[in-house]
Design a protein around this ligand. Structure first.
Ligand SMILES: Cc1cc2nc3c(=O)[nH]c(=O)nc-3n(C[C@H](O)[C@H](O)[C@H](O)COP(=O)(O)OP(=O)(O)OC[C@H]3O[C@@H](n4cnc5c(N)ncnc54)[C@H](O)[C@@H]3O)c2cc1C
Length: 438
């Protein structure tokens, strides 16, 4: 690979490539990338002929196309608890899976804000599709912001083939404790192996690669973790537990014994604690929150349609339940503002490791997840109260059962209780700000 200038963090050695910070470099270095790709390890092949034109002013209309297909199949995906094949195929066709890959690696260099908006658009259509997209984009951002040469080649391939990345952090009985791993990376020369009880891997069967946490080595502490990427041909998945869940049924979040081998280059060079603080936590919370806001918006839309319908039948008089619609609209408005301000905060800190690691930033991005999930649940509940029995039924145009079941995953997807307990100490440290404009 061509030498990349980077911004290194004197405190933690955080590697943020220049091409992430400035996604419009003057010179594309495709030729040398291709040469590097030809000598690269196992199957990571560059395909410059399929590089997409850089500009993507049509992102919104492409998102709408995918969302329409996702919406058309959302009920069947939920009923059958199946992967949303049609929506993900459409996302591939519209090249949405690789939008955030930097342009010089064949992607479109889409911003975090654009990805957030895509999660929201998909959430309005099909919660499972949106969550799959959100999880994929979180992993992709890890590769962009922290990957080494191998991962840059993978990003090129991902942009070309629109590969889908899955995530494995939950292990054994550890629940949402992302910052500890049990299974270690076992090294044999330049080869690595990993065998882990991956209790939950959403869309594990349909992904093209798994991005997984692991203990650095057999003699490392459980919190001394790395992040590694294994391609589909690198691993086997032995089913441990199925996925017959209350909601988010299309995420197919089954449990597997993951047995993987690969090259040591597949491990990201940065330590996982940095990757987690700089990228995984803030971006997962932003992308998830956007997906949940989409579900909440869809529920509020149904409630609005119900009130219009009821008012029409009553000769223009609003039904008493219209007050619940107002509540749904109000909490949705607060939710959107919360995400927008967190997004601004991330964008301001994105290339500054010290700012990303600041307690205030970490606490704020952690609480984003707690607050966003609570607001999203409140919005869907208010929508349900608006529609009454028409919302409670599974068979009408105002049915909200799926939205409610899907949104109830939000407080448990990394338990809000766990997050609140984790930030308790930080809450003691910082007093209330002196200014409202902070
Ligand atoms: C839709 C969906 C998709 C998912 N996809 C993936 C995936 O692709 N890959 C992956 O690795 N994982 C995935 N997960 C799992 C997720 O990351 C968490 O691991 C999981 O939601 C935590 O589950 P848990 O409630 O069993 O565990 P825990 O976090 O252990 O929580 C169990 C109970 O203990 C309580 N609790 C935990 N800690 C505390 C504390 N400190 N203080 C007070 N109470 C506490 C919680 O409130 C909860 O009631 C997914 C989860 C969902 C819902």
């Amino acid at each position: 690979m061509p030498a990349q200038k980077s911004h290194a963090n004197a405190r933690g050695g955080c590697f943020i490539p220049n091409w992430y910070m400035n996604p419009r470099p003057a010179v594309l270095q495709i030729e040398s990338d291709v040469q590097a790709a030809q000598s690269a390890t196992r199957g990571i092949l560059a395909a410059p002929t399929k590089l997409r034109a850089a500009s993507a002013p049509d992102l919104r209309s492409r998102a709408n196309t995918v969302a329409a297909i996702a919406a058309a199949h959302a009920a069947a995906v939920d009923a059958d608890s199946r992967f949303p094949h049609e929506a993900i195929a459409a996302a591939r066709a519209e090249r949405l899976l690789g939008v955030a890959v930097p342009r010089e690696l064949g992607g479109e260099g889409s911003s975090i804000a654009e990805v957030v908006d895509l999660c929201y658009a998909l959430g309005r259509a099909c919660a499972s599709t949106a969550m799959i997209f959100a999880m994929h984009q979180t992993k992709l951002a890890c590769l962009v912001r922290h990957g080494g040469a191998w991962h840059q080649l993978l990003l090129r391939r991902l942009a070309n083939e629109q590969m889908l990345l899955a995530s494995s952090t939950t292990e054994g009985q550890g629940g949402g404790d992302l910052r500890n791993s049990a299974a270690p990376i076992v090294r044999d020369g330049s080869r690595v192996a990993l065998e882990r009880q991956a209790t939950v891997i959403s869309y594990g069967r349909d992904a093209d690669a798994v991005v997984t946490t692991a203990r650095r080595s057999a003699d490392a502490a459980s919190s001394d973790q790395v992040l590694a990427v294994f391609l589909k041909e690198d691993y086997t998945l032995e089913p441990l537990v199925g996925w017959d869940a209350f909601g988010m049924r299309g995420t197919c979040s089954e449990g597997f014994k993951l047995v993987a081998t690969g090259s040591s280059e597949q491990i990201l060079p940065a330590a996982y604690d940095k990757i987690h603080a700089h990228t995984v936590m803030p971006l997962a919370h932003l992308f998830w929150s956007a997906a949940w806001a989409g579900i909440a918006a869809a529920a509020a839309d149904r409630a609005r349609a119900f009130v219009r319908h009821a008012a029409q039948r009553a000769g223009g008089t609003l039904p008493p339940a219209a007050a619940h619609l107002t509540r749904a609209a109000a909490s949705l408005r607060t939710l959107r503002a919360l995400i927008a301000s967190a997004l601004q905060r991330f964008e301001a800190a994105a290339s500054d490791p010290a700012a990303l690691e600041a307690i205030n930033f970490q606490t704020g991005m952690n609480l984003l997840k707690v607050n966003a999930s609570e607001l999203a649940v409140a919005t869907v509940m208010s929508a349900m109260q608006t529609c009454g029995l028409s919302g409670y039924r599974n068979d009408g145009e105002f049915s909200l059962g799926r939205h409610l079941r899907d949104i109830l995953s939000s407080p448990i997807m990394i338990s809000n209780d766990r997050i609140l307990a984790n930030v308790a100490a930080a809450s003691l440290l910082a007093g209330a700000p002196d200014s409202l404009i902070d």
